[in-house]
Design a protein around this ligand. Sequence first.
Ligand code: BG6
Length: 480
Amino acid sequence: MTIPCDILIFGGTGDLALHKLLPALYHLYRDDRLHPAVRIIALARSQLPRHDFQLLAERRCRAQIAKNDFNDDVWHRFVARLDYFSMDASQSADFGRLARYLGEPGGLMRIYYLATAPELFASITLHMQIAGLADHESRIVLEKPIGHSLESAKAINTAIGSVFQESQVFRIDHYLGKETVQNLMALRFANALFEPLWRSAHVDHVQISVCETLGVENRGGYYDRSGAMRDMVQNHLLQLLCLVAMEAPAQFDAESVRDEKVKVLKDLKPISGQDVQDKTVRGQYTAGKIGGQEVPAYYFEKNVDNDSDTETFVAIQANINNWRWAGVPFFLRTGKRLAKKTSQIVIQFKPVPHRLFEGCQTNQLVIQLQPDERISLQLMTKTPGKGMRLEPVELDLNLAQAFHRTRRWEAYERLLLDILEGDSTLFMRRDEVEAAWAWVDPIITGWQEYFQSPRPYHAGSTGPEQAHTLLEHQGRAWLS
Ligand code: BG6
């Protein structure tokens, strides 16, 4: 169990708070991982009596948490720890009111979770400092995206850094909290089997795909200013790439792991100018059918411009300029309103050097994050009976079954616990975020310079045709 603390959530009535953070906190509370004296205080502009906020939280959590996990008794105890404070985060005076409401910390740790637009990060932090809310005991949590470019990310990081030490700052990328993502490190660095093969001599290419069936839901305003590149590639996909490509850290601690990840980001071959045309594909969904249901085109979504040219799909061929990965393409792909929800990493090995058998295919290691958490290795085996007919067969490790798990830990549960315990290993350091933007910015600029409008793709399809040709003209193909 952790020490008693106050958790303050800016953006407390937003989707992230109600949909992800409160359910995660409820689970931690139910499992006795939160101190019983914890206080969770949602901060937002609406003038809501505490009781009304608690009802809203209950409604949203009940919808989010599986029926057999929701226990009324636990909820009543949990909700008694839940408070609401109405304030305008752009008003300095409101921080003074908040400080008076909270009283003296008296050694109590305060966690400030900024689940707001990144434009507010710097000013919230400065207001906190003026109101005396930012002491050495407190921690600050920033949701991605940190800024919308390298320049804005640096400005945010500098403002935060003028108030908090780097060790107090937790920059969240919830993909790092996913169980299979951490398993990737175990797979690579705790098994002697793969590491000798994990390099350009044996790997043909790597695919990292995060495909969603969802559209932009209620977030059209935010999404239309961001697009898939800033919303997904700059953070989630690059983090996955780092974990696949990094060298083994000397120790499993925050600084060693993050040092190795930064090296990968810095070694990414820049994509700019003409390369943007050849190595990237942008797409935007048009109307189509998902699961038998008609869905509208992106530009008809709520709060999206009718002539928007924001991308809802990106495919990129990335390369890493270092000894281990020279010449190995890393294909990244993410999109909304695609045929099925899958997040997976595929390590495609090279063929055997000399072919003895007909029909011999290559080995493929698939690390699936969603919908199931599994790791499978495709091996060539002989089919039973006469002759040497070969077929690929999968060695399949289903992590939920292997550990007889009945409930999947949500990424936010794990990450919130790490924040409470002060462990930054699974959080992005300042230089990591900036190195990611430094690679992404020239691609976005290239799209503007070459007027690369998004290619249309039907909702419910596998993305624009050009994303397939990106691989096909090299004799490769996306794994479904
Ligand atoms: C968020 C993005 O960070 O990740 C969303 O802002 C996206 O647009 C979501 O839908 C995907 O997360 P998950 O865990 O559902 O794959």
